[in-house]
Ligand binder design. Structure first.
Ligand SMILES: NC(=O)C1=CN([C@@H]2O[C@H](COP(=O)(O)OP(=O)(O)OC[C@H]3O[C@@H](n4cnc5c(N)ncnc54)[C@H](OP(=O)(O)O)[C@@H]3O)[C@@H](O)[C@H]2O)C=CC1
Ligand SMILES: O=C([O-])C1=[NH+]CCC1
Length: 355
């Protein structure tokens, strides 16, 4: 399998340093992360949800949003920027529209608080929308959407983040790295899930590249003077990323600001102001879900048709579909343990207060 996206190359470079680390069983990693979250002020429920989510990212090799992010979660909690005990409120805005106020808490517990009702709405109406606001999303999106596809549904999700991406030709960062994810059932196989930033790279991968001393690919970002740079530190220090694919990625970043912020009542990436909370890292914005029952299309063969299309794509020469790398790593790490660099493991144990 080739891994040619710039951010995947950066993540792979990071992953290589951890592949040789201490193998940790998935359940043990979840338990360790849960202790960290509880120790830093989240409720038991929030700790369990975030620990499972973050450990799943590490298990699947989504390293830009795995345990690398734990100090960021902790710093946001310590700074008082995010409420680890927030109680989301769920409101019905119509027969197929849920509005969720995450109350300055994390996005995943807010999402899970409304998920069962969303599923009922999809079964009743064939489609339903969940609009979450005042939510901190600091993770990958695939853990949110993959389970829908395993339940036979098509799901889309969009999140905006904090201003660190300039519009094409622009000088000021307006957009976040703004990921979107899509998940569909596939007959006889795992769901096809793609989950990608609207920027050339995720901010997390730029930070990993800076920490590991790697350059980033040409065309990924600009420095504080708007000049192209391959130095990740210049991007982080007053510079910015570019959207992927020029104006086309710029339009997707724009759409995601509209769907995840304007529509939900969350903040635009540009409006995120954490200056009063030094150390905070989790952007407080919004998230939109659209979930569809594909059986309402009436073909009776939806998942077979998708499987057929994937067959044709591969026959035409694409060596793998999005998600397949993650699934392969999931099998491997559930069997052999998740390799963690000893220094990283020690850091996590210290954050958990382990002796
Ligand atoms: N919460 C937030 O605000 C943000 C979160 N993120 C998260 O960061 C993560 C990384 O984003 P990004 O760097 O854009 O992702 P990548 O470019 O690494 O990957 C994007 C998608 O393309 C797939 N893919 C990668 N290489 C190939 C290939 N050679 N052939 C076919 N498919 C391929 C990946 O599948 P696979 O996973 O199987 O490799 C993935 O679904 C995402 O999970 C995203 O949600 C990003 C920005 C902000
Ligand atoms: O990697 C990224 O771009 C981000 N992850 C969470 C907020 C932004």
């Amino acid at each position: 399998m080739s891994d040619e996206t710039p951010s995947r190359r950066a993540a792979a470079a990071f992953a290589q340093t951890t592949e040789t680390g201490t193998p940790v069983a998935f359940a043990d990693l979840v338990a360790l992360l849960e202790r960290i979250f509880r120790r830093h002020g989240t409720s038991e429920r929030v700790a369990a949800i975030l620990a499972e989510n973050c450990a799943s990212c590490e298990r699947d090799g989504s390293t830009s949003h795995g345990v690398f992010r734990i100090p960021g979660y902790v710093n946001s909690l310590k700074s008082g920027w995010v409420d680890g005990r927030a109680e989301p409120t769920v409101e019905e805005a119509g027969p197929a529209f849920l509005r969720v106020d995450a109350a300055n808490g994390f996005a995943q517990p807010a999402f899970l608080a409304a998920r069962d009702r969303l599923l009922e709405m999809v079964r009743e109406s064939g489609v339903a929308v969940m609009a979450i606001r005042n939510s901190h999303h600091f993770s990958a999106l695939w853990p949110d959407v993959e389970p829908f596809a395993r339940e036979g549904l098509v799901a889309l999700s969009f999140v905006n983040s904090f201003a660190c991406v300039v519009p094409p030709g622009g000088k000021a960062a307006v957009y976040g790295t703004n990921p979107m994810a899509f998940a569909t059932p596939v007959a006889g196989g795992d769901p096809m899930v793609f989950d990608q930033a609207a920027s050339s790279m995720a901010n997390g991968d730029v930070r990993i590249a800076a920490r590991e001393g790697h350059t980033i690919p040409p065309g990924s970002g600009v420095d504080r003077d708007g000049k192209p740079t391959t130095d990740p530190k210049a991007v982080l220090d007053g510079g910015a990323l570019l959207p992927f694919g020029g104006h086309k990625g710029g339009s997707i970043a724009f759409m995601i600001e509209v769907l995840a912020a304007a529509l939900t009542g969350g903040k635009y990436s540009r409006e995120v102001d954490w200056s009063a909370h030094p150390g905070a890292e989790t952007p407080c914005t919004g998230q939109l879900f659209i979930v569809i029952d594909p059986e309402r299309g009436g073909t009776g063969a939806f998942a077979d048709r998708v499987a057929g299309l994937i067959g044709e794509v591969k026959q035409a020469g694409q060596d793998r579909m999005p998600g397949e790398r993650r699934y392969a790593r999931r099998v491997r790490t559930l069997r052999d343990g998740i390799p963690l660099a000893p220094a990283r493991l020690a850091e996590l144990r210290a954050l958990a207060g382990d002796a």
